[in-house]
Design a protein around this ligand. Structure first.
Ligand code: NAI
Ligand code: MG
Length: 497
């Protein structure tokens, strides 16, 4: 039996799942045009969780028109930056006031341990909104000195890019929604947010808070629905100016093609195959703990999960044994059980996909060092798994598994160039982690690694730190100054004096 007695506000979250969920367009809750709905499931049980409206292309048209109307309205387009900031700070405060309910809802919807949602995802979402609210009043152009003949006053303006479609995945629903909407609202864009069909609930609940805060009608719109219908219609729509997307590399490619019609601006956060490198001088105990956390957090459903572990041969046995010990001790269960350390994966499809990778690796000669057994229980559970004896050609080494599956390799060389070459042997380039106490090696390796984020000896996400991928891990950056500037167009103005 799951012990849920200690989960604060679980009753509120459960009551919310049972409500009728409409679409939010132009400041109103409306029925979908085709009057269709779909149900979501709780991944810890496989049972039905909520019934949600299913937006189709007609709803996309309505939502885009509402967003365009907001961009054309003086209420939104001429709102003072400090007022935009104030609305956003109020939204962050409201989210914080309801943090327990959101954490319980996220756990029901996504399966993650409620503690992780409460102490990581939600604080991160709140901080992201506050961080970007601060930018609203600091988005400035520059004055430019021109060298041509004549006397000039030249400057740049930063204007909102316009109507933005934001498509987010299911692995960190509220944190991803915040990472998308916060910079866009701070920059003065009008948004259509489409959460993943697997996890629409915290975005729906957040929309009620946005309504309560009182953003102008059409500045924020929410469409729940599927990728190949609502998502595809958004990315192809001729009146959408920008698409921002987090999800699979495969869909990222479709979005690029769809965006070509009207040259939409595109920001993509795609998959990863992050290397974790343990150098000979690393603090081994910390590296073991860090390597385990990097691959097992959120049941491995993290774009930046450290899925390839490269350990210097002097520590290989100790590190792999240490990570394996942690893996075997992880308490797997419902996210609503206070003792749970690892929840289910999101769906049957993802569970079968992960199992498929593990068995293909084993068939090709990899050794199952830990995990890999099928868990006989309701819901979609996968055990933390470690593979050794893989080679660089195997799918488990090349492709994003998006589950708690680690490939562990040893290296003998001390040449940084060779270590970096091995770590860089991937089509992805999202993150890299180095464990070392050698200052020079840390910085030199950081330069050689082809990754959007390099972390040394730990560290987490921060809304101030640009995040994004090299190579097939994406286009552009979220977070930081670059993240908000990506929601603007630069206009150059030159005045002959
Ligand atoms: P997906 O990329 O299909 O779904 C992510 C979002 O994109 C969802 O909101 C979905 O509705 C939307 N979408 C799907 N097809 C679309 C289309 N044609 N046009 C516009 N939007 C569309 O990811 P999926 O199928 O859920 O997961 C498959 C794999 O993708 C995972 O195993 C993982 O490897 C990767 N993935 C990576 C994520 C990341 O954080 N980088 C997040 C989710 C998945
Ligand atoms: Mg898909």
């Amino acid at each position: 039996m799951t012990n849920t007695a200690a989960i604060p506000s679980l009753d509120k979250a459960q009551a919310f799942t049972g409500r009728t969920h409409k679409l939010f367009i132009g400041g109103q809750w409306v029925e979908p045009m085709e009057e269709e709905s779909f149900s979501t499931e709780n991944p810890a049980t496989g049972k039905k969780l909520a019934i949600v409206s299913k937006a189709t292309a007609k709803d996309v048209d309505r939502a885009v028109a509402a967003a365009r109307a907001a961009m054309n309205s003086s209420e939104w387009s001429e709102m003072k930056p400090s007022v935009r900031a104030k609305l956003m700070f109020r939204l962050a405060d409201l989210l914080e006031a309801n943090i327990d309910e959101f954490a319980a809802l996220e756990s029901l919807d996504n399966g993650k341990p409620v503690r992780d949602a409460r102490y990581f995802d939600l604080p991160h979402a709140i901080e992201t909104i506050r961080y970007n609210a601060g930018w609203a009043t600091k988005l400035n152009g520059e004055t430019i000195a021109l060298s041509g003949p004549g006397t000039w006053h030249a400057y740049t303006l930063r204007e909102p890019v316009g109507v933005v479609a934001q498509i987010v995945p299911w692995n960190a629903p509220i944190a991803m929604a915040a990472a998308k909407i916060a910079p866009a609202l701070a920059a003065g864009c009008a948004i259509i947010l489409k959460p993943a069909e697997e996890t629409p609930l915290t975005a729906l609940r957040l929309t009620h808070l946005i309504e309560e805060v009182g953003f102008p009608a059409g500045a924020f719109n929410l469409l729940t629905g599927f990728g190949d219908t609502a998502g595809a219609a958004l990315t192809a729509h001729p009146d959408v100016d920008k698409v921002t997307f987090t999800g699979s590399t495969e869909v990222g490619r479709l979005i690029l093609k769809a965006a070509a019609g009207n040259f939409k601006r595109v920001t993509l956060e795609l998959g990863g195959k992050t290397p974790v490198i343990v150098m000979p001088d690393a603090n081994v105990a910390q590296a073991i703990e860090g390597a385990a956390r990097s691959i097992f957090t959120n049941t491995g459903q993290v774009c930046n999960a450290g899925s390839r572990l490269f350990v210097h041969q002097s520590h290989f046995d100790e590190v792999v044994e240490g990570v394996s010990k942690i893996a075997k001790a992880i308490k797997i269960g419902s996210g609503l059980d206070a003792d749970t350390q690892m929840g289910p994966v999101i769906s049957r499809t993802q569970r079968d996909r992960i199992r498929g990778y593990v068995s293909s690796g084993v068939q090709q000669g990899a050794m199952l060092y830990a995990g890999g057994e099928e868990l006989d229980r309701e819901g979609y559970f996968v055990s933390p798994t470690i593979l050794t004896d893989t080679d660089a050609e195997m799918a488990v080494r090349r492709e994003e598994i998006f589950g708690p599956v680690l490939c562990a390799m040893s290296f003998g060389e001390d040449e940084l160039e060779q270590i970096a070459t091995n770590a860089n042997a991937s089509e992805y380039g999202l993150g890299a982690v180095i464990w070392t106490n050698n200052l020079s090696a840390a910085h030199l390796l950081a330069r050689k690694l082809k990754a959007g984020t390099v972390r040394v000896n730990g560290g987490g996400l921060d809304p101030a730190l640009p995040f994004g991928g090299f190579k097939q891990s994406g286009w552009g950056r979220e977070n930081g100054r670059e993240g908000i500037e990506a929601y603007t167009e630069t206009k150059a103005v030159a005045v002959a004096l």
